[in-house]
Design a protein around this ligand. Structure first.
Ligand SMILES: [Mg+2]
Length: 273
C-alpha cells in the first residue's frame, strides 16, 4: 500500500550506513540512488565532527543538512531553506564551556587526556588516523572526547561533577565523550519543523541507527529502523512509532530496509519553491 506522505531520512553512520569495520557503504548503493532519484532528503546524523561529515557527505554526493557530534549542532547549507547563509543551529553547552569544566576537574586532581590536550600528531598516533583525518576530528563545536587515565572510582566522582554542571558523559568505542544535555533527536525535531514549513504534502521522518546513542532519534521518528548489531536490544525505543528491524548488519541492512520503506511509501519531499 502506498501513501501520499513524503519522507525525510535521518541516518547514523558507523555500523548503520557505513560498515562498522571497513567504513564501506557500497552495499547501500541501490537504496542510496533511489533516495537521490526521489529527491528524499538524507540527513547524516553522527558523533563525527562537521568537517568529518562534510568530507563523507561530498563522497556520497549528498547536499542535504547534517547533524554533528551526537546532536550538538545542525549544519544547513546556504540557500537550502530561506537563508542565503550557511546556518549552524546549536543545542546546549558550547565546547568552551565544556573545556572550562574539564579544566576545573583537572585542577581537582582527575587524570585524563582530551583532544584539546593533544596535538594533531599525537591524536593521529593514538587513533591511527591520517594527519588530515585527525585534523577533521579535532575541529569540534560542542563535545570533547577524552581518554580516562584515572581509576573507576574517580570516574564515578568525575561524572557527578559533570552532572552538577549539566554535562553528560557518553561512552564511545575508543573515547569518553563529554557533552551538554542534547541528543541525536534534537536535530531531527528541529529539521522536521523546517521541512514541514516548506512542504506541500504530509512529511514522515525515517530514522536508522544501530546503537543506544541512536535510540532517542529512533523514538522521535515516525518510522524507526533498528540496524542489526551486537548491542543489547533491551534498551530499544518504545515511543509507539512504526518499527522495522533489519536482517543484515550495516549498509546491507540499510539497503534492505530503505528499499522496503520506499516500496511502501515511495514519495518524495516536494518543496514549495
Ligand atoms: Mg552506529
Amino acid at each position: 500500500m502506498t501513501t501520499s506522505a513524503g519522507l525525510v531520512i535521518f541516518t547514523d553512520l558507523d555500523g548503520t550506513l557505513l560498515d562498522h569495520h571497513s567504513y564501506d557503504w557500497s552495499p547501500a548503493m541501490p537504496a542510496l540512488s533511489q533516495v537521490r532519484e526521489h529527491r528524499i532528503p538524507l540527513i547524516l546524523n553522527s558523533s563525527k565532527t562537521a568537517p568529518e561529515i562534510a568530507h563523507l557527505r561530498a563522497q556520497l554526493s549528498n547536499v542535504d543538512p547534517y547533524i554533528v557530534e551526537n546532536g550538538a549542532a545542525v549544519i544547513v547549507p546556504a540557500h537550502y531553506f530561506e537563508s542565503a547563509e550557511r546556518e549552524v543551529k546549536t543545542f546546549g553547552t558550547s565546547r568552551d564551556q565544556v573545556l572550562a569544566v574539564l579544566s576545573d576537574c583537572r585542577s581537582q586532581g582527575f587524570r585524563f587526556q582530551g583532544f584539546a590536550d593533544m596535538t594533531v600528531d599525537e591524536l593521529a598516533e593514538r587513533t591511527g588516523l591520517a594527519f588530515e583525518a585527525a585534523e577533521r576530528a579535532m575541529d569540534r563545536i560542542a563535545t570533547e572526547p577524552l581518554v580516562w587515565e584515572d581509576t573507576d572510582d574517580a570516574l564515578r566522582a568525575f561524572q557527578a561533577v559533570l552532572a552538577q554542571h549539566d554535562l553528560n558523559m557518553l561512552r564511545g568505542g575508543r573515547f569518553l565523550h563529554v557533552m551538554g544535555r542534547f541528543d541525536k533527536a534534537d536535530g531531527l525535531r528541529w529539521l522536521m519543523q523546517r521541512y514541514r514549513q516548506h512542504a506541500t504534502s504530509e512529511l514522515k521522518s525515517v530514522a536508522l541507527g544501530d546503537s543506544p546513542n541512536d535510540w532517542q532519534m529512533l523514538a522521535a521518528a515516525d518510522i524507526a529502523v533498528v540496524i542489526r548489531s551486537d548491542c543489547p536490544a533491551n534498551e530499544l525505543p518504545s515511543g509507539g512509532q512504526f518499527m522495522i528491524y533489519s536482517n543484515h548488519r550495516g549498509p546491507t541492512g540499510w539497503n534492505e530496509c530503505v528499499l522496503s520503506i520506499l516500496n511502501q511509501h515511495g514519495y518524495a519531499y516536494r518543496p514549495t519553491r
